[in-house]
Design a protein around this ligand. Structure first.
Ligand SMILES: *Cc1c(COP(=O)(O)O)cnc(C)c1O
Length: 405
């Protein structure tokens, strides 16, 4: 009998990280601003900006910190409304609260993407910013979102924490809005345990974010302008904000940067393996009448390291039974709205104002399943997972009925 695949271990960190970490341990040079130049964090920023084709990058302690600094960099007045999708991780409304904004949740459809009708209705004149979470890499209609936000002059922050490598019309996710934020937490494409980064082309925004991240005194001088660019925009922006902003000290350590940098050359392979694996499992699951893997939107090329699918024609009891049956077959499935205290179920965000019914999101969360699919898995392991999930659905609904309905 094939053993159920281990879906929890991350990929090993590339060997190249060791020498650099050893060097850092020897010198004790762990703080990004000790060296006059070329600190690992600064090099990571240069490399990440180049990878994304962005002018500026700022590496910080987490994607949550990146989202918080993005909102602060936008200089929004206290209590400004910030639109966020109702399907996201609790870190997102938390970042809005941290930045003293008011999160307003937008309903999400059963394909995990923002409902554009609800979005348009909630994008009122008093909205100061929009955060779009590309949740689990699922991309909402960025054409429609950008058209509405651009015409209302409302800045868009992309929460691409879990979406590094995804493209929209061939354009990198995280470069479409004014600011893009990414995570280096262990369950994301690049793993440093913890960490995050924000990118933007706007000199004023990056200067504000850099200072507030903890570039006290003149440490901003260690943030280089992009290669070949005129540096005066950036220098002027730093001069404008010197001593005028609080320092939230949410910097990244050189050790984390040393863990991340050698993973960057692996990204393309991880992205293409992840997509191939995902689509293989999706095809197998979609053969079951009880399971629906929503199709991506046409302009979207995903970079998945997990799979989401909806149970079709299942009651609450059936859904619980499905989770148990999958577990008995060795595959762990999380139904976002069914597991107790799930951080992606909006009703558990009791630190924000009640947001009304959000009927589509609630319905989706009660049937949407989440299974990890690390990019290192091979075909037999992927087949094992897909077969276990299809069989678990049949355990609950009956194989005889399966192809007769
Ligand atoms: C992981 C994640 C975050 C939070 O990232 P951290 O680096 O852990 O703060 C935010 N949004 C989404 C969509 C995520 O997947």
């Amino acid at each position: 009998m094939t053993l159920a695949p281990n879906v929890y271990d991350a990929e090993p960190i590339p060997e190249a990280a060791r020498a650099e970490i050893d060097r850092l341990l020897q010198s004790g040079d762990l703080f990004r601003y000790t060296a006059p130049e070329d600190a690992p964090v600064a090099l990571l920023e240069t490399e990440f900006a180049a990878l994304m084709g962005a002018k500026y990058a700022l590496a910080v302690a987490s994607c949550s910190a990146a989202l918080f600094l993005s909102l602060k960099a936008l200089n929004l007045p206290r209590d400004t409304k910030v639109l966020i999708p109702a399907f996201t991780f609790a870190a997102v409304p938390s970042a809005v609260v941290h930045a003293e904004g008011r999160p307003v949740l937008v309903d999400v459809k059963d394909n995990y993407r923002v409902d554009m009708e609800d979005f348009a209705a909630k994008l009122t004149g008093d909205v100061g910013a929009v955060i779009i979470s590309h949740m689990r890499g699922h991309t909402s209609d960025m054409d429609a979102i950008m058209a509405l936000c651009d015409s209302a002059d409302i800045p868009v922050i992309e929460d691409a924490a879990h979406s590094l490598g995804t493209q929209w019309h061939g354009r990198k996710i995280g470069t479409i809005g004014k600011i893009g934020c990414f995570s280096f937490q262990s369950y994301k494409m690049l793993n440093a345990g913890e960490g995050g980064i924000l990118i933007t082309d706007d000199a004023d925004l990056i200067a504000r974010a850099v200072i507030m991240s903890g570039a006290y005194e003149h440490n901003w001088k260690k943030h280089k302008p992009p290669h070949g660019e005129n540096s005066s925009d950036l220098a002027e922006a730093f001069a404008r904000w010197q001593n005028r902003l609080p320092l939230y000290n949410t910097r990244l350590s050189n050790l984390s940067a040393a863990v991340i940098r050698p993973q960057i050359p692996e990204l393309q392979r991880r992205v293409s393996d992840g997509l191939k694996n995902h689509d293989h499992v999706a095809d197998l699951l979609n053969r079951s009448p009880w399971i629906d893997v929503p199709a991506p939107l046409a302009p979207e090329t995903r970079a998945p390291d997990s799979i989401q699918f909806n149970l079709v024609g299942f009651s609450d009891e059936d859904t619980v039974a499905f989770q148990d049956a999958a577990k008995a077959r060795g595959v762990s499935v999380q139904v976002f709205g069914m597991s107790q205290d799930n951080a992606r179920a909006f009703w558990n965000w009791q630190f924000i104002d009640d947001q009304g019914p959000l009927p589509q999101t609630r319905e989706m969360l009660m049937r949407a399943c989440d299974t990890r699919l690390p990019v290192r898995l091979r075909k037999p392991e992927l087949d094992f997972i897909a077969e276990a999930l299809v069989a678990a659905a049949e355990d609950v609904k009956g194989a005889g009925l399966a192809y007769g309905t």
